[in-house]
Design a binder for this molecule. Structure first.
Ligand SMILES: NC(=O)c1ccc[n+]([C@@H]2O[C@H](COP(=O)([O-])OP(=O)(O)OC[C@H]3O[C@@H](n4cnc5c(N)ncnc54)[C@H](O)[C@@H]3O)[C@@H](O)[C@H]2O)c1
Ligand SMILES: N[C@H](CO)Cc1c[nH]c[nH+]1
Ligand SMILES: [Zn+2]
Length: 440
């Protein structure tokens, strides 16, 4: 248990550090080598890395249509129905996010417009290293299709037999993915960012992944020939804000649900009740032993944090500093306290809202910023699959009216060519015989 008020400023910072950031320099160099190899040798390098990390016998990076069909047909009927129900909720919530255009006269004769258009080509990454995540296919494929992106490809690591989980194949069909490539990690990200012999280059990359994937996304987004990315969505994190009335069984279950993702996932409890911390720790031990992924989960729980604060207000303060990917609020007056929560990727309010709901089926997107990036990045949404652009149209009245202002500002910046681009038009309007074009 960490007693927050007894820590120095440095100790407080250390208490909120992410486990995944421990060897940043080593990670960055490993990923840079992979990215360079893929840039230089394309498919050949991707195949080499895929054989090394995922499937030693893989021959072809493309999932054939016949294998895709066969896999999709293997999915259990009950799982199909659950995927369809999740699909409906996610589609409804993302369709409701369709942004409106703005069209207005800013001043006499000047019309300004803002519109949205779908990105041409998107690359979706679905993790598959330790657990295949068909739910992530829905979270990426649905907004890409609702936004109207014409080209939608997906990369996911193959299993040992060179195939993918049937549920991923089924979910990808459900949401209109056009091609699946059997590769993962930094090599898949580099393949989609730069394009290879078989993988078409994407304009923007989406999706979560482990620290190799997240680092690769950062690296490829820093060069103009690479691709834009959605956000740093790395190892999962959850922070639970709770008071003495929270149910320790629920709190422990929520902490474990994210620790289960990987050894570098992080679970944090912040509370003003030391009794709750004791009860939650006992529950964690009880529940952990029964989990299918007890070993991975136990590793992640080694860097779990149980933080005791003097008050609920201080607990919220700690949460805002940590800026979690997921925030579960199990406080008595959860709804009233929401406005004081500043930084969180997605918020789960009250005792009946486990994070698992957002992970799978409530309708919100589970691709969320980690590492504290929820301070300045948003949860994935429909507009991330779109581009915003503006249009302006000045009539003769508009240029006559606004022209002098533009000229004054251009002159004040010493940019006389800008000034002149207005002046020639005002001169033309005063001198209609010098130009044969349209004056009205
Ligand atoms: N933030 C979010 O929105 C969100 C959502 C879902 C999942 N996640 C996270 O996604 C992650 C999924 O991780 P995963 O590992 O299961 O799958 P993954 O698909 O992200 O990573 C698997 C790949 O990692 C690469 N790799 C593994 N070891 C390597 C090494 N030593 N050197 C270079 N590359 C290596 C391999 O290429 C492999 O294909 C978890 O950390 C989970 O918490 C985050
Ligand atoms: N919690 C993950 C996001 O950090 C998403 C997920 C997928 N499947 C289960 N959970
Ligand atoms: Zn999860």
């Amino acid at each position: 248990m960490i007693n927050w008020s007894s820590l120095s400023a440095n100790e407080q910072q250390a208490a909120l550090a992410r486990p995944a950031n421990a060897d940043a320099a080593g990670l960055s160099a490993t990923v840079a080598n992979i990215v360079e190899a893929v840039k230089a040798r394309g498919d050949e390098a991707i195949l080499e890395y895929t054989r090394k990390f995922d499937c030693p016998t893989l021959q072809n990076l493309v999932l054939s249509d016949s294998d895709w069909d066969k896999l999709a047909a293997q999915v259990d009927e009950s799982v199909k129905q659950a995927l369809i129900e999740a699909y409906d909720n996610i589609k409804a919530f993302h369709s409701a996010q369709m942004p409106d255009s703005v069209v207005m006269d800013t001043t006499q004769g000047v019309v300004c417009e803002q519109h949205y258009t779908a990105l041409e080509s998107v690359g979706l990454y679905v993790p598959g290293g330790t657990a295949p995540l068909p739910s992530t296919v829905l979270m990426l494929g649905i907004p890409a299709t609702v936004a109207g992106c014409p080209r939608r490809i997906l990369c996911t690591p193959p299993n040992n037999s060179g195939l993918i989980a049937p549920e991923i194949a089924y979910a990808a069909k459900l949401c209109g993915v056009q091609k699946i490539f059997l590769c993962g990690g930094a090599q898949a990200i580099a393949g989609m960012a730069y394009g290879t012999q078989s993988i078409p280059k994407a304009d923007k990359l989406f999706g979560p992944g482990n620290s190799f994937v997240t680092e690769a996304k950062q690296q490829v987004s820093q060069t103009p020939e690479g691709a834009a990315i959605d956000m740093p969505a790395g190892p999962s994190e959850v922070l639970v804000l709770a008071d003495e009335n929270a149910n320790p069984v629920f709190v422990a279950a929520d902490l474990l649900s994210q620790a289960e993702h990987g050894h570098d996932s992080q679970a944090v409890l912040v509370t003003n009740s030391s009794a709750l911390i004791g009860a939650v720790k006992r529950e964690v031990d009880n529940q952990l032993a029964k989990l299918a992924r007890a070993e991975i989960t136990a590793k992640a729980m080694q860097h779990a944090r149980y933080i005791l604060t003097d008050s609920v207000a201080k607990a919220i303060d700690v949460s805002n500093r940590y800026a979690p990917e997921h925030l579960i609020v199990q406080l008595d007056d959860a709804v009233a306290l929401l406005p004081s929560i500043k930084n969180a990727g997605s918020i789960f309010v009250g005792p009946w809202s486990p994070e698992s709901a957002g992970d799978y089926a409530s309708g919100t997107n589970h691709v969320l910023p980690t590492y504290g990036y929820s301070k300045n990045h948003s949860s994935l949404g429909l507009v991330d699959f779109m581009r915003r652009y503006t249009v302006q149209t000045l009539s003769q009245t508009g240029i006559r009216y606004l022209g002098p202002t533009i000229m004054t500002l251009a002159k004040s910046e010493g940019l006389t060519a800008h000034e002149n681009a207005v002046k020639v038009r005002l001169d033309a309007l005063d001198n209609k015989d010098s130009w044969s074009g349209k004056y009205d």
